[in-house]
Design a protein around this ligand. Structure first.
Ligand code: EPZ
Length: 422
């Protein structure tokens, strides 16, 4: 298993370009099923999860490929509605294929995606909504979900929680439905808006993304080919920002959308970072030592993103003062804390609350990444630690960050990836 080795102590300095958003590409790839035509999607990151989704589309009969960040999917040749279990199990977000396959083909078989490192990740909101639209979904039976729908009917859906995946699944299911669908208490993430923009380019009748009420007009039968450029990844951008905050360095980030980073910018400024915002870029200068944050809660967008929680806790672990961080979105998203404690951090966990007492400095040691953003947090801690940090479990990090060791080396980090046996 490969490892990432970081030797701390450098203040990162330089410019980084931020790649396209993983969490925008994945639902857009699911949407390519709908038009039975050609889809050209630009600014896609080269990541394992994107590769898995492309492989699933190919196994469904689509022609799909990726070259230099551009994905092409021709879904006119789709000839199956069975998602290969071994691929679905590898990536939770495969559940997003339920909606478009029911909408276009009227049936779908998918293995139950199950939980993952950060929580049980139930799909009750997805299944309940699709059933309300008329789908017959035989819940988990021998580990598989079987769905079928002669036609899907528009419905006025109230989500119990602004679930990103459920919002996306319903949008995709509703495009061909008989009648209007409303999604109330919809997730408002920028990735939802990007999906709406994609669907509108296809000719679908969708409005309201970015607000808590989305309307899908339905009935559209033939949709057209699409060419689209994916939005930048706000979580990768936020992660790079924290590398400046934790090392006291200065980074210029380009090809970003500052409006997508409001809560991250606000809290990093509160922790002592100087941030100068330009049109599609920003410059962040980290303080000599970060300040603690009284209380930080993760919330659905536009609140502070749960996907940035581990990264900011890594920075707060060396802050002046004590911070309280509340993880309100997922049940088990502090696993990385144990690894930071091995490096000398002082973190007390109580359920969904972490009390982070800043220490003067961390010390490099052997640590293990157990999920994507927790792994990123260990890289950040290694950048600031005294000595060498050896991070195993790099497969998690590679799911969300394109060549992170190359990118951070470009701005002065002493970081390298070591294959097993090297
Ligand atoms: C998306 O996951 C993202 N993944 C996650 O990013 C992100 O953390 C999450 O949204 C929240 O922003 C992708 O977009 C591929 P949810 P998703 O449905 O859709 C509960 C990363 O690091 N819930 O908004 O699975 C759920 O248990 C990943 O890039 C139900 O109870 O998130 C959780 O507590 C990690 N029932 C909360 O809602 C359901 O049917 C938020 O989940 C669905 C969700």
């Amino acid at each position: 298993m490969a490892k990432i080795i970081v030797t701390g102590g450098q203040k990162l300095k330089g410019e980084l370009r931020v790649e396209g958003a993983k969490n925008a590409v994945l639902p857009i790839l699911a949407a390519t099923i709908l038009n039975g035509g050609v889809n050209v999607i630009k600014n896609c990151p080269q990541l394992k999860d994107v590769g898995i989704m492309l492989e699933i589309l190919k196994r469904l009969g689509c022609r799909a490929g990726m070259k230099n960040g551009t994905i092409t999917v021709d879904s006119s040749t789709l000839n199956s509605t069975e998602i290969p279990a071994e691929l679905a199990m590898e990536m939770r977000s495969s559940i997003i294929l339920l909606g478009p396959l029911l909408a276009r083909c009227g049936k779908v078989t998918i293995s139950y995606p199950g939980g993952c490192e950060i929580g049980p990740r139930p799909i009750d909101l997805h299944l309940k909504s699709l059933k309300l639209m008329g789908a017959k979904v035989q819940d988990v039976h021998r580990g598989f979900i079987y769905g079928e729908a002669e036609t899907l009917n528009g419905y006025d859906i109230q989500l119990d929680y602004p679930s990103v995946g459920a919002t996306e699944n319903i949008m995709l299911a509703a495009v061909f439905a008989e009648g209007e669908t409303y999604i109330r208490n919809a997730a408002k993430e920028p990735e939802i808006v990007d999906l709406q923009n994609y669907l509108r380019k296809m000719g679908a009748d969708v409005q309201g993304a970015g607000t808590s009420v989305i309307r899908v007009g339905g009935k559209k039968k033939k949709l057209c080919d699409v060419e689209h450029q994916v939005i930048p990844d706000r979580i990768v951008a936020g992660t790079y920002m924290v590398t400046a905050g934790i090392t006291g360095g200065q980074l210029h980030l380009k090809d970003i959308v500052p409006e997508h980073l409001g809560a991250v910018i606000y809290n990093l400024r509160d922790a002592g970072c100087r941030i100068n915002i330009e049109k599609n870029a920003l410059t962040i200068t980290g303080p000599a030592r970060p300040r603690a944050l009284d209380t930080l809660r993760t919330l659905p967008y536009p609140g502070f993103p749960t996907d940035m929680q581990a990264q900011i806790v890594a920075m707060l672990s060396i802050a002046r003062g004590t911070s309280v961080v509340v993880e309100t979105v997922f049940e088990n998203r502090f696993q990385y804390a144990e690894e930071l404690i091995k490096m000398g951090a002082n973190i007390k966990l109580q359920g969904r609350i972490a009390v982070v007492k800043g220490v003067r400095g961390l010390t490099g040691t052997f640590v293990n990444a157990r999920d994507l953003r927790g792994g990123a947090a260990l890289v950040l801690a290694g950048l600031a630690a005294d000595g060498e940090t050896v991070i195993s479990g790099t497969k998690h990090i590679e799911r969300g960050y394109e060549k992170i060791e190359e990118r951070l080396s470009q701005v002065g980090a002493n970081i390298r990836r070591v294959e097993d046996g090297q």
